[in-house]
Design a protein around this ligand. Structure first.
Ligand code: SAM
Length: 180
């Protein structure tokens, strides 16, 4: 069984970036993270929406509000591995084989301004290309490379709804609906 993997979103500002942050959490869940941690403003409504996605589509994504730097420090001090996604890092495909997988992993993504300490506390600063782009894109590409193709092909045993893509349409299987 692999170690736990959580995603920490720093600097969340309620009312300014709820869509981006929700998308980050959805990518984290879909690609196999165990938890999504929010530092910055609290947002119960966002967590309720995420829990509702997990109820319907399966999987268990723990959602928690944490202090950003204090949580990161605690994680590293207790032996965890912290990977900061930043355009100022080492290319992700080169970095991934060096990252320890025998410890709980925390993937850190920034918001508007990332405190300098984050670069020092994290054992790995990893870039998904050296251009500025999006935390959602960076997380998706990193997790796909971390888990291999099993990330984007992930299925959840406890899903209530399963979507089957077909050319030109879709099939929705509702496993609680006996009439199907
Ligand atoms: N200007 C901010 C700073 O102080 O670093 C960065 C803002 S950027 C829109 C938000 C986040 O997206 C970053 O903190 C980083 O986690 C992620 N990101 C953006 N471009 C990236 C890249 N090329 N590689 C890895 N992560 C990236």
């Amino acid at each position: 069984m692999s170690e736990r993997l959580d995603v920490l979103r720093l600097g969340y500002r309620k009312g300014r970036d709820p869509r981006i942050t929700t998308h980050l959490a959805l990518v984290a869940r879909a690609m196999g993270a165990d938890g999504f941690l929010l530092a910055g403003d609290e947002d119960k409504e966002m967590f309720d929406n995420l829990n509702s996605v997990s109820d319907r589509f399966g999987g268990q994504l723990d959602t928690n509000h944490v202090g950003g730097l204090s949580h990161l420090r605690k994680h590293v001090e207790s032996g965890g591995v912290a990977v900061h996604l930043t355009m100022y890092g080492e290319p992700f495909r080169k970095a991934i084989p060096k990252i320890r997988r025998d410890r709980p992993v925390l993937i850190v993504v920034g918001g508007a301004k990332v405190p300098g300490d984050v670069y020092k506390i994290c054992q790995y600063n990893v870039a998904v290309g050296n251009q500025p782009h999006s935390e959602v894109a960076a997380l998706a590409l990193f997790m796909d490379a971390w888990f291999g193709e099993s990330a984007s092909e992930r299925e959840f045993d406890d899903a209530r709804l399963i979507i089957e893509g077909v050319n030109g349409g879709k099939l929705v299987h509702d496993l609680e609906d006996d009439s199907e």
